[in-house]
Design a protein around this ligand. Structure first.
Ligand code: MV4
Length: 667
């Protein structure tokens, strides 16, 4: 077994490989780009080597730099993860030439499976079922039309040099074929520089079911059952599961045998995946073979109880497969959801930024989170914006779906747009819940998945939770301010709303989407009375670290999380996430001195609390000081992210309208 391995990757897969290596007592070397200097995989590894600038083509994709890092650290083997150089023949050869083990298949297998048309010929020879069609060299239009007629419509014309759904054209009747063929050839020539096409029977409503295979250097090869990856968007997998719903033991054995035959046909060693396209009636056809560990391998690990990276390390060091086929079995059902920093309401545009708040669900025997980031890390524009993979397991599919919904509901992400809400709707949608799966599910269910008018109407409790958290946070800030004041017991530090001849009232306003609501606040002993939409609700509660809110709303106890990010209030409540923006009626962000320089008093009043301190670096919207004016309290907040230089007044000072209150320097 190796003493030290290098992981030639980043993000969640690098962290995941390090975790297994560490459990096996193998030392780990990470490589990182300048953009990843603070990344989690660098923190987890025993040592790390800087290999270049942020751009992958100058760092993670430069084979020579990886080889140099191995020599520099004495790493005996390289785990390539997925993507980057994981299926790069030249990289595997460069490692071999330097006496470094590539943890993956032989170069010959990578090469054989890299050419889609060549791989189909190999599969045909091995008896692996191919989609009915014509894959030959004869390209005369009339000949191809006769082939299409013989296959039976609808047929699919595919560019041989295409892939990932590019260069495919469905044809529904013979008289359309010749024109469609001509346009496919033109597109293939311009897109791929090769106008060669193949013709296949068009599978309508297909499923994507793949078989995990594993070969060793002693001639053994097993299959570790199947994964259903039909839920995709633009050929990107979104949700994966194992086992495949509706799979019969006979069909599983047949697909497993076909996959093992495919692997043996190319002398496969290591972890590999044979992908099949499957009709709704279960008939299956070879699509392609991936010669790497797949992103979705955890669902196979959860139903078999195995660690596939451990198998990879054992096999790469010359050991035989740890188990034989008859020792492998399925238990329960697993689902994986890919958590991404992307905006489903903006066509899944990637979102970058700092993860101001990141709270994954608690891990257990049922819940696993494979992630490459922690709270405070950046989602960089240089790489895939994956935040994590959330994997759940339970005894049945139905319970696994419930577990997934519960886990997604407690996955809190603040600082970047994300797809957690979309994933929740996807798992909850009837077609998925009933396992009515095919590669067109997301498109077919878009009405349910992308509700019109954006976020649904916010529940009353979301507005009240935001207001209550605001008040409790101000109380906490004032207590902090009091403790640092020379007169900590001054009544001015109290946040109980006491006034000489009446209890002060104030208003908090919030906006969510198109709607804006005001919450009238009356102080009532240790709590408040919050009036919203004409209805008064006694409210009290406790705000703990991380924005955890335990609230009592008219006797109803609720738990929520309210996270401040600038003027935004992210409310996580009852499994859903809501984004509100604080609209302080007297908040003059950018007015009264603007983002630069001091902030001026919006009216005559008295300074009753300094919430920030000179030297504090604050986010936009963070409370700086509180004025009392017109029998109400007014929070003067940071007009932008920046630094509090100094306060012009102290607690108890009277200020005139327009008085300069604080010297503030925006970032
Ligand atoms: C097909 C097909 C229907 N009929 N072939 C898409 C890219 C490549 N993986 C093959 N693909 C397909 N080939 C026939 N004869 C439908 C697809 C397809 C698809 C396949 C698997 C997973 C997702 C897909 C999304 C769209 C189309």
């Amino acid at each position: 077994m190796f003493d030290k391995i290098l992981i030639a990757n980043r993000g969640e897969i690098a962290c995941r490989v390090i975790k297994t290596a560490r459990r096996m007592g193998i030392r780990t070397v990470a490589v990182y780009s300048e953009a990843d200097a603070g990344a989690r995989h660098v923190r987890l590894a025993d040592e790390a080597v800087l290999i270049g600038p942020a751009a992958a083509r100058e760092s993670y994709l430069v084979a020579d730099k990886i080889v140099a890092a191995c020599k520099q650290t004495g790493a005996q083997a390289v785990h390539p993860g997925y993507g980057f150089l994981s299926e790069n023949e030249e990289f595997a050869e460069a490692l071999a030439a330097n006496g470094i083990v590539f943890i993956g298949p032989p170069v010959s297998a990578i090469r054989a499976m890299g050419l889609k048309s060549e791989s189909k010929k190999l599969m045909e020879k091995a008896g692996v079922p191919l989609t009915p069609g014509y894959h030959g060299d004869e390209q005369a239009p009339e000949f191809l039309r006769q082939q299409a007629d013989a296959i039976g419509y609808p047929v699919l014309i595919k560019a041989s040099a295409g892939g990932g759904g590019k260069g495919m054209r469905a044809v529904y009747k013979s008289e359309e074929f010749t024109d469609a063929l001509a346009s496919c050839k033109r597109e293939a020539a311009s897109s791929f520089g090769d106008e060669h096409v193949l013709i296949e029977k068009y599978l309508q409503r297909p499923r994507h079911i793949e078989i995990q295979v594993f070969g060793d250097t002693h001639g053994n090869c097993v299959y570790l059952f199947e994964r259903d990856c039909s839920v995709q968007r633009r050929h990107q997998k979104v949700l994966e599961e194992a086992p495949a719903p509706g799979m019969t033991p006979e069909r599983r054995a047949a697909m497993g045998k076909a996959a093992v035959d495919a692997a043996k046909a190319v002398g496969y060693v290591g972890a590999g995946t044979v992908e099949f396209i499957v009709n709704q009636d279960g008939t299956f056809y070879f699509m392609e073979m991936n010669t790497r560990l797949q992103v979705e391998h955890p669902v196979t690990e959860m139903i078999t109880g195995l660690d596939l990276v451990e198998w990879q390390l054992r096999v790469a060091s010359g050991e035989p497969l740890p188990l034989a086929q008859e020792q492998l079995a399925i238990r329960g059902h697993a689902l994986e959801a890919r958590i991404y920093a992307e905006d489903p309401d903006k066509g899944f545009l990637p979102s970058t930024g700092r993860l101001v708040h990141l709270a994954p669900p608690e891990e257990s025997l049922h819940v696993r989170v494979d992630t490459g980031v922690e709270q405070g890390d950046e989602i960089s524009p240089h790489y895939d914006p994956m935040i994590a993979k959330l994997i759940v397991w339970d005894e049945t599919r139905e319970r696994a779906c419930a577990r997934m919904l519960q886990s997604l509901a407690s996955y809190r992400v603040v600082g970047v747009s994300n797809n957690v809400g979309f994933l929740s709707r996807l798992v909850a949608c009837p077609a998925f819940a009933q396992a009515d799966l095919d590669t067109g599910l997301i498109e077919r269910e878009k009405g349910f998945l992308f509700p019109e008018g954006g976020a649904a109407e916010l529940p009353r409790e979301a507005w009240l939770a935001a207001a209550l958290a605001e008040l409790l946070r101000e109380q906490a800030n004032a207590e902090v301010s009091a403790r640092s004041d020379e007169d900590p017991h001054s009544p001015w530090h109290q946040r109980d709303g006491w006034r000489v001849n009446a209890t002060a009232r104030r208003t908090l306003a919030f906006r969510a989407g198109e709607s804006e609501k005001s919450v009238a606040v009356a102080y009532a002993g240790r709590g408040f009375v919050l009036e919203l939409d004409g209805q008064a609700t006694p409210a009290a509660g406790e705000l703990k670290a991380g924005g955890q809110l335990r609230a009592d709303l008219a006797g109803r106890r609720i738990n929520a999380t309210v996270v401040i990010a600038g003027e935004k209030r992210h409310v996580f409540l009852d499994g859903r996430a809501f984004i509100l923006a604080a609209v302080d009626p007297l908040f003059h962000a950018g007015e009264g001195g603007g983002a630069e320089g001091g902030l001026t008093a919006p009216m005559p009043g008295k300074v009753i609390a300094l919430v920030a301190k000179p030297g504090d670096k604050v986010e936009k919207g963070a409370p700086l000081l509180i004025l009392e004016a017109m029998k109400m309290e007014h929070t003067i907040a940071a007009p932008a992210a920046g630094t509090v230089k100094e306060f012009r007044f102290g607690v108890g000072d009277q200020v005139t309208d327009g008085a300069e209150l604080v010297d503030f320097e925006a970032d």
